[in-house]
Design a protein. Structure first.
Length: 117
């Protein structure tokens, strides 16, 4: 576990960039979701933004407000642009993204305290 956390700690910027690109791609692809995907959509948003913001929150523990603001605005911008790509704006997606970011900050703090980084 410590090796994985060291990897995240040392490669946080690359991880954040790669996950940002993946989220952007999946956010603008026009799909017809099945009912199963529609039911789990908010969980997917929460997990995606938890994954996206965890490495930054883990590496930069004193910048919680900046980290939350940056990833919140990232997700909000995607939601605002989606109607131009045959998708739609959903305020609950923004809320799910925010929950994911807050969970990432919380988990990063817990890991930092437990593993004493």
């Amino acid at each position: 576990m410590k090796y994985k956390l060291n990897f995240i700690y040392n490669n946080w910027l690359s991880i954040t960039i790669i996950l940002s690109v993946v989220i952007i791609i999946f956010s603008f692809i026009s799909v017809t979701p099945s009912s199963t995907v529609q039911d789990t959509d908010k969980y997917l948003h929460t997990f995606a933004y938890l994954s996206l913001s965890f490495s930054a929150a883990f590496r930069k523990p004193t910048n919680h407000i900046f980290i939350f603001s940056y990833f919140f605005l990232f997700g909000l911008t995607i939601e605002l642009i989606q109607p131009y790509f045959d998708r739609y704006f959903d305020l609950f997606d923004v809320l799910a993204n925010s929950i994911g970011i807050l969970l990432a900050i919380t988990f990063a703090d817990l890991y930092r305290k437990y593993y004493s980084y």
